[in-house]
Design a protein around this ligand. Structure first.
Ligand SMILES: Nc1ncnc2c1ncn2[C@@H]1O[C@H](COP(=O)(O)OP(=O)(O)OP(=O)(O)O)[C@@H](O)[C@H]1O
Ligand SMILES: [Mg+2]
Length: 423
């Protein structure tokens, strides 16, 4: 690392800087020379990135005047934070004229430190976002904006690299910051979903335990009933935790699959048998249609049966009484077999078809809640099918039903090279 040039800031060229009329901030592309100047002297620069979530929607909904006024406010808010959350000489820039994204280049690490750490940057970024969110929402409320405005934010360190141009380095930093912001967001929604799902059974367990202690214990019949509820909720918690573990292990590719030649038709029949009592309670009949001429498929029977159970369970849940849920098996493309689960139920809105395979996604909360669903079944199913080298897809028509289609390669997930090794 080169010696720190204390005079660097005084020497830095300010020429050629273009400013955005709305925010009054320099435009990113016109400050790269300055950034390079510091990078060469400091070896590293901290980088923060912010953009307004769904800004184009705000613009569409509330018009140009409001959206411009919000950008103006952002520019002023950033100016007010200068010298407080970051230093006077740090560089704040806007992505372009009228752009809704901002960057801050931090030219010196926090006091007493030789370099930037990720956690320093995370903290500064967090504080800036908090302030910006507050200031911007105050202004937005004043302008009659009803939605809460949020930011995507990310941070990284740009390290001097004589091989790369400053444009390239800043571009990479922006990409990394955006990725980090996305991961943070996934984690936050994941954690809030999990806590929500855990809280419901826990609240119930706590409530019943308290009632028991407050006297219900004296009444043996009542006590037994309450204890059964507690036991049931504890089981639900256990299932939830197991399923959660399942998805994350599968995402991390930590689950071992045991492939063996499998007769899909008997697997389908067994699934139907298991769910028959459940289906007839809702007045739904189950039928398996297929040919005995199907080839055996390389599959993990337990895992695949988990997929079928969830698909048929879903089909039953969303079917009207008196209708039939069909498991249909047949030959697909050469080397593939096809298994479809058909229902004549509510159907799934076209816009949400691609989302139902996401963890915790339910078409509508009320409906999911009524059926006690947690939105994990399809996420797990999709990953199991992919581990088989297959594909799980869906077609649906609102009001007339859905078809979940499983395409499975007869040979399982093994690629050509794998087969050679086995011989
Ligand atoms: N056959 C179907 N008909 C209509 N909607 C469906 C069907 N299958 C799935 N869905 C929708 O997709 C969502 C996700 O399904 P998934 O199996 O992942 O979760 P779930 O059944 O709600 O809960 P879990 O399977 O974790 O107990 C469901 O909540 C429902 O909104
Ligand atoms: Mg389900």
């Amino acid at each position: 690392m080169g010696p720190v040039n204390r005079d660097a800031f005084e020497e830095c060229p300010e020429g050629g800087v273009l400013r955005d009329d709305l925010t009054g901030l320099p435009i990113l592309s016109s400050v790269l020379e300055q950034v390079e100047f510091y990078l060469q002297r400091r070896d590293q620069v901290g980088f923060l990135y912010f953009d307004v979530v769904q800004f184009h929607l705000l613009k569409e909904t509330y018009g140009r005047e409001v959206s411009e006024s919000l950008l103006e406010e952002l520019g002023q808010a950033l100016a007010r934070l200068r010298g407080k959350l970051f230093r006077d000489r740090d560089l704040v820039a806007v992505g372009g004229r009228g752009a809704d994204y901002f960057v801050i280049f931090l030219f010196s690490p926090p006091r007493h430190k030789a370099s930037f750490s990720q956690s320093d940057l995370k903290l500064i970024s967090y504080r800036v976002v908090q302030k910006l969110t507050n200031l911007l929402n105050e202004r937005a409320a004043f302008l009659g904006v009803k939605e809460k405005i949020d930011f995507h934010s990310g941070y990284t360190v740009i390290v001097h690299d004589p091989e790369s141009s400053v444009e390239r380095l800043v571009y990479e930093a922006q990409k990394e910051a955006a990725l980090k912001s996305e991961l943070d967001e996934i984690l936050v929604t994941f954690v809030s979903n999990v806590t929500h799902e855990l809280r419901t059974p826990l609240t119930c367990i706590k409530g019943y335990a308290e009632t028991l202690l407050e006297g219900a214990l004296e009444d043996p019949d009542l006590a037994r009933r309450w204890l059964q509820v507690i036991g049931g909720e504890a089981e639900r918690l256990e299932r939830l935790i197991n399923d959660l573990l399942d998805v994350s292990m599968m995402e991390a590719q930590q689950v071992e699959f045991h492939f063996e030649p499998t007769d899909l038709l008997s697997l389908a029949r067994r699934t139907a048998e298991v769910l028959m009592p459940h289906a007839s309670k809702s007045g739904v009949t189950l039928a398996v249609r297929g040919t005995d001429a199907l080839p055996l498929v390389q599959a993990d029977r337990d895992r695949l049966s988990q997929v079928l159970l969830n698909l048929v369970d879903n089909a039953v849940k969303y079917s009207p009484p008196g209708s039939e849920v069909t498991l249909r098996l047949g030959l697909g493309a050469p080397g593939w077999v096809l298994l479809e689960v058909l229902d004549r139920g509510t159907g799934i809105p076209a816009g949400q078809l691609s989302r139902i395979f996401e963890r915790f996604y339910r078409v509508e909360k009320g409906r999911g809640a009524r059926h006690g669903g947690r939105g994990l079944g399809l996420a797990i199913a999709k990953r199991i099918v992919e581990a088989h080298g297959g594909d799980l897809s869906v077609e649906s028509q609102m009001g007339s039903g859905s078809v979940f289609r499983l395409d499975l390669p007869v040979e399982g997930p093994f690629v050509e090279e794998g087969r050679d090794e086995e011989d």
